[in-house]
Design a protein around this ligand. Sequence first.
Ligand code: GCB
Length: 615
Amino acid sequence: PPTRGLLYPRESESREVRTLDGVWRFLQSDVNDPMQGVRDNWYKADLDKVKPTRPMPVPSSYNDISAEDKLRDHIGTVWYEKKFFVPHSWNMDQRIWLRFGSVHYAAVVWINGQKVMSHTIGHLPFESEITDQVKFGAENRLTLMCDNTLVNSTIPQGTVAEEESDEGKVMVQRYTFDFFNYAGIHRTVHLYTTPVVYIEDIKVLTDLTENHVGLVNYEVNVNGNEKTTVYYDPPIEPLYVHVQLRNKEGEIVAHSISKTILNGTIVVKDVMPWWPYLMNPEPGYLYTMEVYLHAVDESLLDVYRMKVGIRTLKWNNSTLLINDAPLYLRGFGKHEDSDIRGKGFDYALLTRDFNLLKWIGANAYRTSHYPYSEESMQFADEFGIMIIDECPGVNADIFEPLLLRNHKSSLEQLIHRDRNHASVIMWSIANEPRSSHPQADKYFKFLANYTKFLDPTRPITAALNVEAKKDKLAQYLDIISFNRYNAWYQNAGQLDMITKHVEEEAALWHETHNKTVIMTEYGADTYEGLHFLPAYIWSEDYQRYLLSKHFKAFDSLRSQKWFIGEFLWNFADFKTAQSFTRVGGNKKGVFTRQRQPKSAAYLLRQRYFSLALEL
Ligand code: GCB
């Protein structure tokens, strides 16, 4: 498998970073002929010459930007275009890179009419060197085609069918997960430079020893050397790195030089470990690791800086520990979702969400049901919020080989992107797959082993919703997570049928596999402002009552060490595909989509803080 990650673009004395965020040109293809643009070479000229375009913000989903249902519900390809200058000053012994934080679902990219890259699977970054395609000191044209079609082999799965309508035959996209299939350029587009010989990837693994000593093991991957005969003949070698660590105050606290190799260990005395929120007076402590790449003549080739949290993570069949302290997770399932921009990245929203997590006393969330932005992972490190990092495999149903290939690829890309984050404590390989299906056994055996092979340092989980006795996946997990909607999808209205069911189901998972258990989803749709006494379904009163009945179950389960976490569904209301079970979307948030609290948020806050104080 590939071992290479994608470093987040950061400027330094050897690197320049720009973004191409802003207003791009946009056009929708004909739903009945999505490949027309490729056939007719739309990327070879300005898009406006092909068809009239419209302005489109980047990053943003395109779906909710206009007043047209045809754009909101569009199926197939859309085209984006952006003009940008590359200054003359960049035409000097360096490489130029174009990087997308995420485009959903599939993307093809051209620079000045030449194809430079393609990528499938949303929510994950991809990049390409474009040094040979750009014009220096001149304007360049970037064209991107994006396709939102989901089929049996995509992660996640969907189906597209041609059906009869009042306007003749139309295409209909269906999927079984409920969140809206937003599409477009969802995250920042970076244009950046590296030196010719450059730091391509860094992997860190941290440890703590007795006497307050921290260890940072690092492996640096360098690239560009063997390909550089054009630039440097003979190639520069050998290379070495000088790595140093600065504390929050900016003082150098440790360093290491290896004169011949690119990996080593930094020893940090009187270490400040990384702790989750409310487990320590200074949670989320991060050092800055500075990596200087030198040629053997000591000339400086490249510099990259990244934040590192130093912690240990251990688990067995009865507990999960950070820095040898047992964890109890108080969290949420979330979504990347907001008004107008859909899944488009927004720093204001991200910062608000983390401030709300802090306000409510949560210490964890699951990136349901796909990888979240790299910027959010950086926030999680800094706020001490632990992450169950989920790949986009939601509601897998038909287990075909091509699906497995894409599922594996999504985990490989996710792990290489996120493995250096102290906040990531678990990989989630699936949400609610049909794990009772006969083919699920072999499929998940393979997928679970592959994930553990990619990262043996973190436990793996999956959020399950089939009956414990019928499930075939849990046997391959380290930690069992389950989703259940007592008094909602089961026994709606029966608030007296929650506590016992939750206790019994958690116990059954534990008994069947002798592993730790988390409840990753429970909740009730709640229309803010709706009140009923006695509590009645969809009201704020019902949500509060339903939560308190779950808390009762969690409290009795917590006395058994193997029950290690509760995750409410959902942090905030979010948009869904249209259905008669949804009023303006899924309303199970304790915050509205505008991030204001429903009354249950205060109840949860009380619980999360009192749980934190107990520990
Ligand atoms: C689930 C899914 C989640 C849904 C939720 C619901 O089981 O995992 O994606 O949003 O139920 O509210 O229906």
